[in-house]
Design a protein around this ligand. Structure first.
Ligand code: NAP
Length: 259
């Protein structure tokens, strides 16, 4: 049995929908106090309202993870509304597709800006509060795409997701002196609004390439994040957990078909 997370204060970026919402819901259901951050305030507020109606403690804040001042304001709000800040989950991310031949430098910068620079900014903004916690946690949403696998059209995305892992391996050393752990969850294909935007064919092909023969759900990622946030996970830092239904493992199509 893990020590309850009840009463801990959590900030999740990109939490109005998708994986961030799943992470935030799992924490809210476990009794944590959650700040839902996204750019669109109405959507963040609707998510917070949903959690509060279910008995949770959640509130909303509009901020762009590219903006250090806005994220500092978000972190300060989390601390003042919820009596401190123990856990930050840099999760906001975008995954537009473009081949190298078609991609503009601006498109590259936008993806690296939100996914990688946004991770750094979210952590930097929360750090003054995390340092005061006796159980500081950083839990980054990376991906299998980039660190382990590749997919045409996602060179910028893959670079950003692999970059997050490079980032946490030094961040965990820098922040160890404050008792803060820094880890990442690496989702496979998880059903979200963003993923559904890639189309039915993509979803069906992906489900078929996964040993468990189904896409993941957002709470699968939330549950892995919740584990990393527990007191009992306090000796784990600089590490990753892949949550992908076994997707990265088959050596070939035959390996899947013969099973
Ligand atoms: P999603 O459904 O498109 O949701 C994205 C969330 O991020 C929304 O809340 C969005 O709200 C917010 N957001 C986007 N840009 C932002 C910015 N600049 N500042 C603040 N918030 C921002 O995406 P998802 O599928 O849940 O993906 C979430 C994370 O999981 C990403 O980091 C992605 O790389 C990772 N991931 C997803 C999958 C998957 O299968 N879905 C797999 C591996 C990894 P606003 O637009 O209102 O800001």
């Amino acid at each position: 049995m893990f020590t309850p997370i009840e009463g801990r204060s959590v900030l999740v970026t990109g939490a109005s929908k998708g994986i961030g919402k799943g992470i935030a819901r799992v924490f809210a259901n476990a009794g944590a106090k959650v700040l839902i951050v996204s750019r669109t305030l109405s959507e963040a507020q609707a998510t917070a309202d949903e959690f509060n109606s279910a008995g949770g403690t959640a509130s909303a804040f509009s901020a762009d993870v590219n903006d250090l001042d806005a994220m500092t304001a978000a972190a300060n709000e989390a601390a003042s509304r919820h009596g401190g800040l123990d856990i930050v989950c840099p999760n906001a991310g975008i995954f537009p597709q473009a081949t190298i031949e078609d991609m503009s430098p601006q498109e590259w910068d936008e993806v690296l800006g939100t996914n990688l620079r946004g991770t750094f900014i979210s952590i930097k903004a929360c750090l003054p509060h995390l340092k005061k916690s006796d159980c500081g946690r950083v839990i980054v949403t990376s991906s299998i795409t980039g660190p382990v696998t590749g997919f045409p059209g996602w060179t910028h995305y893959g670079a950003s997701k692999a970059g997050q892992l490079g980032f946490i391996r030094t961040a965990c050393i820098e922040l160890a002196k404050y008792g803060i752990t820094v880890n990442a969850v690496m989702p496979g294909n998880i059903v979200t609004e963003g993923l559904e935007g890639l189309g039915e064919d993509y979803l069906a092909t992906m489900a078929n390439s996964i040993p468990l023969k189904k896409l993941g759900v957002v709470d699968d990622i939330g549950n892995a994040a919740l584990f990393l946030a527990t007191k009992e996970a306090g000796y784990i830092t600089g590490q990753t957990i892949i949550v992908d239904g076994g997707q990265i493992l088959p050596e070939s199509l035959e390996a899947l078909e013969e099973a």
